[in-house]
Design a protein around this ligand. Structure first.
Ligand code: HEM
Length: 403
């Protein structure tokens, strides 16, 4: 809209026109909160005509929409670019499936994530964390991402599946110096999973992988059968994709957030029993995934406007998490003592993150072990690097000077 003397409302309209959220902007996604606050108050049903999507931002709206999986479906993707591309979704991708088939697959996979199995990993995760951190004591430097956050999630998924470290060594067949990064790359491509599936098919054991290979289930056609090798490989790849970068980014955000709140960090160092609630507050305050996208399967009305079937809807997790209606009095304040209320960082409804307990456990152990060795740190801003991705956003390097 042009601003002119005969259009007295023009300045307001101009301001409203500036209310623009670009989900693909790396820079904006590093600090989207001022824009999110305005969207929440001024445009609770937001429409972006450049990228042609709608967005919800208030906590209650996002929560209810995610639960309503009949109106907002995942079968065309849960990332905006995938929905907009119109690509064919390969079968068996879980995160891009809808009930009833989603329920069948989720039930199968849920045997990986029972609280008992997750908690049992604690000593191993702690030992791994100590191995990453101990060589850095006395150096004065620690990078939250490169020295720990990057390696931890894939190594933990390996632990969960019972992939022995020596198996990964055999698979990598590289020198000791490059072992760690090579392992991570191979795990990310699914090669280690494929090798291990084949190994466990030949050598069954009493671990999760054998369980997943032998469990019988009724598929969508009513046939009772086992998972095929390729189906299992697909699930494990989905788990790795969903669980690795997100958790890496959580650890990077923990480094930045606590550096900026030294009083609360001191409390945590003095009283580690507060760490679980600090992780919860970091998850709320800086969610690694700012948005969850859905395809709108049928017309739906918000704030007097119809969102037509066929649209893309973004659930602005990062906006919902700071909604003062849910997190009074001010959702923009970081406070580890805030009343504990569930946030949207792990989603809601039928696709609620299956790895949430694992991510929380990793975050807690990481902070416990870091604070034990380095009770204070300052960010080395000259060398901090934002990650170039926007679906999951955060830090590719979060180097700090520690003491
Ligand atoms: C801080 C770390 C994490 C964050 C922020 C996160 C976030 C999310 C979100 C928002 C969803 C829902 C997506 C949707 O509704 O479309 C999701 C689903 C999922 N997450 Fe996580 N996640 C994290 C860690 C993990 C970990 C560690 C694992 C496993 C090792 C994992 C496995 C999964 C799986 C399998 C799904 C799909 C569930 C389904 O479609 O039913 N996540 N995650």
């Amino acid at each position: 809209m042009t601003i002119s003397a005969d259009n007295p409302s023009a300045p307001d309209a101009a301001t409203a026109a500036e209310l623009y959220y670009d989900p693909y902007s790396v820079e904006l996604n590093m600090n989207p909160y001022p824009v999110f606050a305005r969207i929440r108050e001024e445009a609770p049903l937001y429409y972006n005509d450049k990228h042609d999507f709608y967005a919800l931002s208030r906590f209650d709206d996002v929560n209810k929409a995610l639960i309503d999986h009949e109106t907002f479906i995942s079968g065309r993707g849960a990332l905006l670019e995938i929905i907009k591309s119109g690509m064919e979704i390969p079968p068996g991708t879980l995160i891009f499936e809808d009930p009833p088939i989603h329920n069948i697959h989720r039930n199968l996979l849920s045997r990986m994530f029972t609280p008992r199995k997750v908690l049992a990993l604690e000593p191993q995760i702690r030992e791994f964390t100590a191995r990453c951190l101990d060589p850095l004591v006395g150096t004065g430097r620690f990078d939250f991402v490169n020295d720990l956050g990057e390696q931890m999630p894939m190594r933990v998924i390996g632990m969960l599946l019972g992939i022995p470290e020596e198996h990964q060594r055999r698979v990598t067949d590289h020198g000791e110096a490059t072992l760690q990064s090579t392992q991570v790359d191979l795990l990310a491509t699914g090669e280690v999973f494929a090798e291990f599936i084949d190994y466990r098919t030949e050598h069954p054991s009493n671990d999760i992988m054998t369980d997943l290979l032998t469990v019988e289930f009724e598929d969508e056609t009513g046939t009772v059968r086992r998972l095929s090798r390729d189906e299992l490989l697909m699930y494990l790849t989905v788990v790795a994709t969903a669980g690795a970068e997100t958790t890496t980014r959580l650890i990077g955000w923990a480094g930045k957030t606590l550096a900026e709140h030294p009083d609360q960090r001191r409390e945590l160092a003095e009283n580690p029993a507060l760490i679980p609630q600090a992780i919860e507050e970091i998850l709320r305050w800086e969610p690694p995934a700012l948005q969850i996208a859905r395809y709108v399967a049928k017309d739906v009305e918000y704030y007097g406007r119809t969102v037509p079937a066929g649209s893309a809807m973004l659930m602005l997790v990062g906006a919902a998490n700071r909604d003062h209606r849910r997190f009074p009095p001010d959702g923009d304040v970081f406070d580890i003592h805030r009343e504990l209320r569930s946030h949207m960082t792990f989603g809601a409804g039928t696709h609620f993150c299956m790895g949430n307990a694992l991510a929380r456990l990793e975050g807690r152990i990481a902070l416990e072990e870091i604070l034990k060795r380095f009770p204070t740190w300052e960010v080395d801003w000259a060398n901090a690097v934002p990650s170039p991705t926007t679906a999951v956003r955060g830090w590719e390097a979060m180097p700090t000077f520690v003491s």
